[in-house]
Design a protein around this ligand. Structure first.
Ligand code: ASP
Length: 604
C-alpha cells in the first residue's frame, strides 16, 4: 500500500512512530516558513507540520499543494506543544512532522468547500457527488449506514434467517405505486416490471420452506418524490413462517431495532421499551396520522360533541354535515401574537384547511376562575364563558394556553392538524432530538375507498390477511374489515410496514374480488400465488423496512438523500450521470419501441 497508517487513527500513544500517510489536503496554512496541512483520509484528519529544517523538499511540496491535492508523506508522530492541542479532533494531541512528501495527484479547485458543511445548492452537490461525499457529515452517514446494515445482517443470521436474492426483472407486484417497466427485446411488446418490493417472491420462499428469509432489497416505485421518497429505495425485506400472529413479528423486530439503536447509536434514549402498540384508529384519533411523533403530547381533541349546538355557524354547520371540530391545546400559546397565529392559519391553509380558529386563555390560575375578558378569540362573541371553560377543560388547557381548531370532514381536518402539530412541536422545541420514540401501529383497515379509482383499494397490499372473523363483511361492508397489517413508526417516520399474509387460496380469491379483480384477471396476474397456496403454504408474515428512512431518523437528517450515496433529484434525475438519457434509434428498434414524445431539455 502507498500508506501504512490511517490519518484519523493516530493517537498520543503513537508518539515517536515513523509513519507513511496518504490522503487529501483538507486545509493548508502557511506560517512564513512553517507549513501546516490537515491531511484527510477515510478515517479522519491529522495535522502535518512541514519545517524546512526537517526537510526542505517536503516543505516545498507542501507549499505548492492546494486543497484536495492527493499527497503521500512520511514523518514522525510528535506530541503537540502544550496549549496547541485540539480537543475537538481525535488526533488533536499529536501532529506529524514531515520528512518527505510527494504529490500523487493534483486537484482543480472544487466547486464548493469540502471542509465545511456549508449550504451548497443541491444540484451542484449531486453533480459533484464524489466531492460532496468527501464531506464529513455525509461521509460519516454512509459509514454508519454500512454499520447498520451489517448489524441487521448479523442479527438476523444469528436468528436463523437466510438471505436470498430475488429478481429485479419480474412481473408487477402491486404496492400502490406506478411500475418502472423494462421492455423485452426477445418478446416484442412485452415488459418486465422492476419490483416495487419482493413481496410475492418472499411469500413463495415461505411456501418453499425457508421459514425465515430476509434480503437487503432494492425496491423501485415510480411516484412523486418527497423528502422521504426516492425512485429506488432500500428495504430490509423479511418474512417468517409459522407465526401465530403479528406479536411474533413485533417481538423479533422490537429486539432488532432496540439492539441496533443501543449498539450503533448509544447516545439515544429509547422512550419506551417494549415499544407501545396502538391501533390505527387510536393513532388517527390522538394524532391525526398513522405516523405519529409521540416524543411530545399536543394530542388532538375532538370538540364536536360539545359544539354541536354552537352559535358559531361555521362549527355548527360543519358538524351537522358530518364533519368535526378538532384541534389541540398549545401550552403557553396565550403568549402568541396575532401575527404568529395568522402565520399558523396560513400554514394549515397550505394543507387544505379552510381556516384555523384560535382561543387564548389569558391570566393565571384555574380555568374555573377564568373571567370572560381573559378569553381572546376572533370568534369570542359566539361562545359563552361556560362553553369556553368547557372547551378548555376538554383540551386539558390551563390559563396561559391556547386552543387551535379546525372544522372540516374528519380526514380533511386530520390532514391539516397532523402537520400543524408537528409545526408547533418544532416551533416550541418539544421533540427531544436525543430520544427515539418507537411505536407499533396495528389493525389497519383492509380496504379503503378510492374516489379516483372508483373502487376499494388495499390499504397495505392485496396479500394482507383480513381478520378472518371480519371476512363475512367483505362484500357487505368492506370498509369495516380489519386487517393484520401493521407499521413501526419512530419520531414521526414510518420505519416499516408489514402484515400477516393470506395463505389460503379461497381467502385470497375473496380479497381479490373485493378489489374488483375478476377471477380471470386474478388468474392472469396472480395465478402463480393462488396455485402456490394450494401446495401447503405455511402461515406467514413479514415486513418491508426502509433502510433510508431508518438512517435518516438515526442520523437526524431531514431528507433521505443525506444517507444515500447517489440519490436522484426531486424530478427523478441524476445530475452526475445525466440519467435518464435518450437512447439511439437502433436501441429503440431492438426493443420494438416507438417514442411518441421527447422532452426538449429535461429539467433536472
Ligand atoms: N411489501 C411491503 C412493502 O414494500 C412490505 C411487506 O408487507 O412486507 O411495503
Amino acid at each position: 500500500m502507498l500508506k501504512d497508517t490511517n490519518c484519523g487513527e493516530l493517537r498520543a500513544s503513537d508518539e515517536g512512530r515513523e509513519v507513511t500517510l496518504a490522503g487529501w489536503v483538507n486545509r493548508r496554512r502557511d506560517h512564513g516558513g512553517l507549513v501546516f496541512i490537515d491531511l484527510r483520509d477515510h478515517s479522519g484528519l491529522v495535522q502535518v507540520v512541514f519545517n524546512p529544517k526537517d526537510s526542505a523538499a517536503a516543505t516545498a511540496v507542501a507549499e505548492g499543494a492546494r486543497g484536495e491535492y492527493v499527497l503521500r508523506l512520511t514523518g514522525k508522530v510528535t506530541r503537540r506543544r502544550p496549549g496547541t492541542e485540539n480537543a475537538e479532533l481525535p488526533t488533536g494531541e499529536i501532529e506529524v512532522h514531515a520528512s518527505g512528501a510527494e504529490v500523487l495527484n493534483p486537484s482543480k479547485t472544487p466547486p464548493f468547500y469540502i471542509t465545511e458543511d456549508t449550504d451548497v445548492e443541491e444540484m451542484l452537490r449531486l453533480k459533484y457527488r464524489y466531492l460532496d461525499l468527501r464531506r464529513e457529515t455525509i461521509h460519516g452517514n454512509l459509514v454508519l449506514r454500512h454499520r447498520v446494515v451489517k448489524f441487521i445482517r448479523d442479527f438476523l443470521s444469528g436468528r436463523g434467517f437466510t438471505e436470498i436474492e430475488t429478481p429485479l426483472l419480474t412481473a408487477p407486484t402491486p404496492e400502490g405505486a406506478r411500475d418502472y417497466l423494462v421492455p423485452s427485446r426477445v418478446h416484442a411488446g412485452h415488459f418486465y416490471a422492476l419490483p416495487q418490493s419482493p413481496q410475492q417472491f418472499k411469500q413463495l420462499l415461505m411456501v418453499a420452506g425457508f421459514e425465515r428469509y430476509f434480503q437487503i432489497a432494492r425496491c423501485l416505485r415510480d411516484e412523486d418524490l418527497r423528502a422521504d421518497r426516492q425512485p429506488e429505495h432500500t428495504q430490509l425485506d423479511l418474512e417468517m413462517s409459522f407465526i401465530s400472529n403479528e406479536e411474533d413479528i413485533f417481538k423479533l423486530t422490537e429486539e432488532l431495532y432496540h439492539a441496533l439503536a443501543t449498539t450503533v447509536f448509544p447516545h439515544y434514549r429509547i422512550q419506551q421499551h417494549p415499544f407501545p402498540r396502538m391501533t390505527y384508529a387510536e393513532s388517527i384519533r390522538r394524532f391525526g396520522t398513522d405516523k405519529p411523533d409521540i416524543r411530545y403530547g399536543l394530542e388532538l381533541v375532538d370538540f364536536s360533541e360539545l359544539l354541536r349546538e354552537s352559535e358559531f355557524a361555521i362549527f355548527r354547520q360543519a358538524i351537522a354535515s358530518g364533519g368535526v371540530v378538532r384541534g389541540l391545546c398549545v401550552p403557553g400559546g396565550a403568549a402568541m401574537t396575532r401575527k404568529q397565529v395568522d402565520d399558523l392559519t396560513t400554514f394549515v391553509q397550505n394543507y387544505g384547511a379552510k381556516g384555523l380558529v384560535s382561543m387564548q386563555f389569558g391570566g393565571e390560575g384555574s380555568m374555573d376562575s377564568l373571567p370572560a375578558e381573559d378569553i381572546r378569540s376572533p370568534v369570542a362573541k359566539f361562545f359563552s364563558l361556560d362553553q369556553a371553560q368547557e372547551m378548555g377543560r376538554l383540551a386539558g388547557a390551563s390559563r396561559g394556553d391556547m386552543l387551535l381548531m379546525v372544522a372540516d370532514k374528519p380526514a380533511a381536518a386530520n390532514k391539516a392538524l397532523d402537520p400543524l402539530r408537528r409545526e408547533l412541536a418544532s416551533r416550541l422545541e418539544l421533540a427531544d432530538p436525543n430520544v427515539l420514540a418507537f411505536a407499533f401501529v396495528t389493525q389497519y383497515p383492509l380496504l379503503e375507498w378510492s374516489d379516483t379509482e372508483g373502487r376499494w383499494m388495499s390499504v397495505h397490499h392485496p396479500f394482507t390477511s383480513p381478520y378472518l372473523e371480519d371476512l363475512e363483511k367483505i362484500e357487505s361492508d368492506p370498509g369495516e374489515v380489519r386487517s393484520h397489517a401493521y407499521d413501526l413508526v419512530c419520531n414521526g417516520w414510518e420505519l416499516f410496514s408489514g402484515s400477516v399474509r393470506i395463505h389460503r387460496r379461497d381467502v385470497q380469491e375473496r380479497v381479490f374480488a373485493s378489489l374488483g379483480i375478476s377471477p380471470q384477471e386474478a388468474q392472469r396476474r396472480f395465478g402463480h400465488m393462488l396455485e402456490a397456496f394450494e401446495y401447503g403454504a405455511p402461515p406467514h408474515a413479514g415486513i418491508g423496512a426502509g433502510i433510508d428512512r431508518l438512517m435518516a431518523v438515526l442520523t437526524g437528517q431531514p431528507d433521505i438523500r443525506e444517507v444515500i450515496a447517489f440519490p436522484k433529484t426531486k424530478s427523478a434525475s441524476e445530475p452526475l450521470t445525466g440519467a435518464p438519457t435518450m437512447v439511439s434509434q437502433q436501441q429503440l428498434d431492438d426493443l420494438h419501441i416507438a417514442v411518441t414524445e421527447v422532452e426538449e431539455e429535461p429539467s433536472l
